[in-house]
Design a protein around this ligand. Structure first.
Ligand code: PRX
Length: 631
C-alpha cells in the first residue's frame, strides 16, 4: 500500500482504520466504540475497552520471549552494564508494584518519578501503570522549585527517586533536591522510595523514606496482577512548558496511547519484535516515555537505556553500542548530532553499523547540513519527525513502515502521519492556507488521533482555552508552530509562535525562566528570549534591569551578579534552564501599553530586522539592549 492510500483511509474511514490498529495490543475486554467525539474537543478512544499498558509492554511477551533482553542499561558514568530479560522484568515490575501497594498506592493514585537513567526508573513506570496508578516523571535535570510545583499539581502518594544521577563524571545528588522540594510544597507525600546507587549520601527520614533495595528483599516472590483499566483511564501525566510560568500536566490515556505507539512502531520506526531500539533521550521527556519505554516494549523489542554523554569516553560510544547490541533503530536529537560533528570523524567509522536500519531525529528543527553530514557519515537514511509532548507520537514524518520507498526531503520533517488532519491556517483569521509556500500556523483538526493528550491534568478549561480556542468557530488544535507546505505536500517547521524555546532539544518556557530570575532580590525586571545557537539550536539570554544600579555599575559587579542570577536559576529550575548569559540594561523595550517586545529583542540578538516598531515606548531601549548583547 502506498502512504497516500493508508493516510487517506486513516482520515476518511477513521474508525475502521483504528479498529484494525487496535489489534496490535491485547484487550481484557473489547471496546465497543472506536472514537467518541460527542463532547469536542475531548476525544475518547476505544470506549468500553479494558486493557493495561504494563500487560502489553511486559506480561504478554513473557511466554514468547522470556530470555530476550527487554532492557539493556549502559552507564558510561558508572561503568555499569546490565541486561534485564522480559522474564526478569516481569518479576522486577511485580516486586516494585508490591512495594508501591505496601506504601498505599492504588488505582488512580499518582506516583512521581524523579530518577536518573537507570532500569529502576523504567520498572517504577511499568509498576505504576500495572496498578492502574498514574505516573508523573519529572526530568532529573530539574531542581527543587520545578519539582515542588509539579508535586503540588500531581499530588502523588509516593515519590520514587535515587540518591543521585551523574553527568559528565559529575555526581548530581537528587535526594537533597527532593527533600528541599518536599519542604517547599503544600502537598504531603506518604512515602519516598529511594534507590540507593551508592553515589551520594542520602539522609533518610523515617517512616517517610524507604530504601528500595532493603524492602525489595521482602517482596521477592510478589505476585501482583495487572489492574485492567478502562481505555480512557489515565496512564500518566507529563509536565511541559507553555506561555505561562505554570507548567501543564499533559494527561494521556491507556488504550489510545498503546494503540498509537504500536502503530507508530510499525508504520514509522519500522521496529519488529526481537529488534533492538536505542533512543538517546531521557525518561523525563516525552520522547523517553514513548520511545525508550513504551513504544519498544509494546512491540516486544529490546530497548537501550543509556546514561551518559554522547562524547564520553569519546564520540564513538553510541556507535560502539550499535555494534555491540546490534541496534536496528536509533532515535536521537539534532543537537546531539551537531555535538558529534565537532568531534573526530573517525569515531563514526570505527564500528560495524550493519545492523542499523535508520536514524530518527526529533525535538527541534533538523538543519540540512547536519542531516546531510550524519547521513553521509554513517551511510544510513536519516528521518526527521516532528511532534510534541501533547501528541505523544509523530505528527509529521515519512512512513517507511507503510511504504519503504517513501522519501524524506532534507529540511522537512515530512508529511502528516496516519490519523493527523494537519492544516496550515492564517494566525489571525484561522482561514486555511491551501496554496503551497504560504506561511501559517500548523493546526490539527479534531478529534486528535489516539495517544494524544486527553486534557490538562485537573484543568479541562485550560486544555480547551490553551489549545482549542485560537481559531474562532473551528475545532482546531493549535500546535503553536509556524509552518509551510511545498507543492509535494511536505511541511517545513519555522519555529514557535509562542514564548516556548527549545534549548538542545529541551522545551522550556521563557516565562518560567523569567520568574526564576526575578526571584533574585536585586532583579527589578527581566526579559528572557531564545537566541539561535549553532549547536544547541537556541539558548536563553536574559536582559535584566537591577533595583540598585550599583550592583551593575562595572564589569566586575556585573560578572558577580550574573553568576548569582545563574545560580538562582540552577537552584530553582535546574541548570538545564540557566540562561547562557545575563545582560544588564536600564530599561526593557516595551510598547506604550507596557507589553514586552520579546520578538524585537530576539531579532536584535539574532541580527535580524525588528520589523514594525511604531508602538514602542522608547526606541533607545532597543539600541541599549543591542549594546549590552554585543558587549
Ligand atoms: O516547536 C516544535 C519542536 O519542539 C516542540 C515540541 O517539543 P516537546 O514538547 O519537547 O516534544 C518533542 C517531541 C519530539 C514542537 O512544538 N519540534 C519537535 N520536533 C521537531 C520540532 N521542530 C522542528 N522539527 C522537528 N522535527
Amino acid at each position: 500500500m502506498t502512504y497516500e492510500a493508508v493516510y487517506k483511509r486513516s482520515v476518511t474511514d477513521r474508525d475502521a482504520f483504528w479498529r484494525e490498529q487496535a489489534e496490535r495490543i491485547e484487550w481484557a475486554h473489547p471496546f465497543d466504540q472506536v472514537c467518541d467525539h460527542s463532547q469536542p474537543p475531548f476525544a475518547r478512544w476505544f470506549g468500553g475497552g479494558k486493557t493495561n499498558l504494563c500487560h502489553n509492554a511486559v506480561d504478554r511477551h513473557v511466554p514468547h520471549r522470556p530470555d530476550q533482553p527487554a532492557l539493556i542499561h549502559v552507564s558510561t558514568e558508572t561503568g555499569q552494564e546490565r541486561t534485564i530479560s522480559y522474564g526478569q522484568l516481569f518479576v522486577e515490575v511485580q516486586r516494585m508494584a508490591a512495594l508501591l501497594v505496601n506504601m498505599g498506592v492504588g488505582k488512580g493514585d499518582r506516583v512521581l518519578i524523579y530518577m536518573p537513567m537507570i532500569p529502576e526508573a523504567v520498572i517504577a513506570m511499568l509498576a505504576t501503570v500495572r496498578l492502574g496508578a498514574i505516573h508523573s516523571v519529572v526530568f532529573g535535570g530539574f531542581a527543587s522549585h520545578s519539582l515542588a510545583t509539579r508535586i503540588d499539581d500531581a499530588k502523588p502518594t509516593v515519590v520514587v527517586t535515587a540518591d543521585a544521577g551523574s553527568r559528565g563524571g559529575k555526581v548530581i545528588a537528587y535526594k537533597p533536591l527532593l527533600d528541599e522540594a518536599l519542604n517547599m510544597c503544600q502537598h504531603q507525600v506518604a512515602h519516598v522510595l529511594l534507590v540507593d546507587r551508592g553515589l551520594a549520601p542520602a539522609t533518610m527520614r523515617a517512616p517517610r523514606d524507604i530504601d528500595y533495595l532493603a524492602t525489595r528483599r521482602e517482596v521477592l516472590d510478589a505476585i501482583v496482577p495487572c489492574e485492567w483499566v478502562a481505555s480512557e483511564h489515565p496512564s500518566y501525566t507529563l509536565y511541559t512548558s507553555g506561555t505561562t510560568g505554570k507548567p501543564k500536566g499533559v494527561q494521556r490515556d491507556t488504550g489510545g496511547y498503546a494503540v498509537a505507539l504500536a502503530t507508530s512502531m510499525a508504520h514509522i520506526y519500522g521496529g519488529q519484535a526481537g529488534d533492538t531500539f536505542m533512543c538517546t533521550s531521557d525518561i523525563g521527556w516525552v520522547v523517553g516515555h514513548s520511545y525508550i519505554v513504551y513504544g519498544p516494549l509494546l512491540a516486544g523489542m529490546t530497548t537501550i537505556i543509556y546514561e551518559g554523554l554522547p562524547i564520553r569516553p569519546d564520540a564513538a560510544i553510541w556507535w560502539s553500542l550499535v555494534e555491540k547490541y546490534q541496534v536496528n533503530v536509533m532515535f536521537s536529537a539534532p543537537t546531539a548530532i551537531r555535538v558529534l560533528k565537532k568531534q573526530d570523524p573517525h569515531c563514526l567509522k570505527r564500528h560495524d553499523l550493519s545492523s542499523l536500519k535508520h536514524l530518527f531525529l526529533a525535538g527541534e528543527p533538523l538543519d540540512e547540513p547536519t542531516a546531510r553530514w550524519i547521513g553521509e557519515a554513517i551511510g544510513k537514511p536519516i528521518i526527521d519527525n516532528y511532534w510534541q509532548t501533547e501528541t505523544g507520537w509523530p505528527i509529521l514524518s515519512v512512513a517507511r513502515g507503510v511504504d519503504p520507498q517513501a522519501q524524506a526531503k532534507l529540511g522537512s520533517p515530512g508529511v502528516p502521519m496516519p490519523g493527523y488532519k494537519v492544516k496550515l491556517v492564517d494566525d489571525l483569521t484561522g482561514a486555511e492556507l491551501a496554496e503551497p509556500h504560504q506561511k501559517g500556523v500548523l493546526a490539527i483538526e479534531g478529534p486528535l488521533p489516539p495517544g494524544c493528550m486527553q486534557t490538562v491534568w485537573g484543568d479541562d478549561t485550560r486544555f480547551v482555552q490553551t489549545y482549542w480556542s485560537s481559531f474562532a468557530g473551528q475545532q482546531l488544535y493549535n500546535t503553536f508552530d509556524w509552518g509551510i507546505r511545498d507543492e509535494d505536500g511536505y511541511y517545513f517547521i519555522l519555529g514557535r509562535t509562542d514564548d516556548v524555546i527549545n534549548v538542545a532539544g529541551h522545551r522550556l518556557g521563557t516565562r518560567e525562566i523569567e520568574e526564576a530570575v526575578s526571584s533574585h532580590p536585586d532583579v527589578a525586571e527581566v526579559a528572557v528570549v531564545g537566541v539561535a545557537d549553532p549547536i544547541k539550536g537556541q539558548v536563553a539570554r536574559a536582559f535584566v534591569v537591577v533595583r540598585d544600579g550599583s550592583r551593575a555599575a562595572d564589569d566586575t559587579s556585573c560578572k558577580e551578579l550574573e553568576a548569582e542570577i545563574m545560580q538562582t536559576v540552577d537552584q530553582q529550575l535546574g541548570a538545564v534552564a540557566r540562561p547562557a548569559r545575563v545582560h544588564f540594561v536600564n530599561m526593557l523595550p516595551k510598547t506604550r501599553s507596557g507589553k514586552l517586545l520579546r520578538r524585537a529583542i530576539q531579532a536584535v540578538c539574532e541580527g535580524r530586522s525588528t520589523g514594525d516598531l511604531t508602538t514602542i515606548e522608547d526606541p533607545s531601549a532597543l539600541a541599549q539592549l543591542q549594546e549590552a548583547f554585543l558587549h
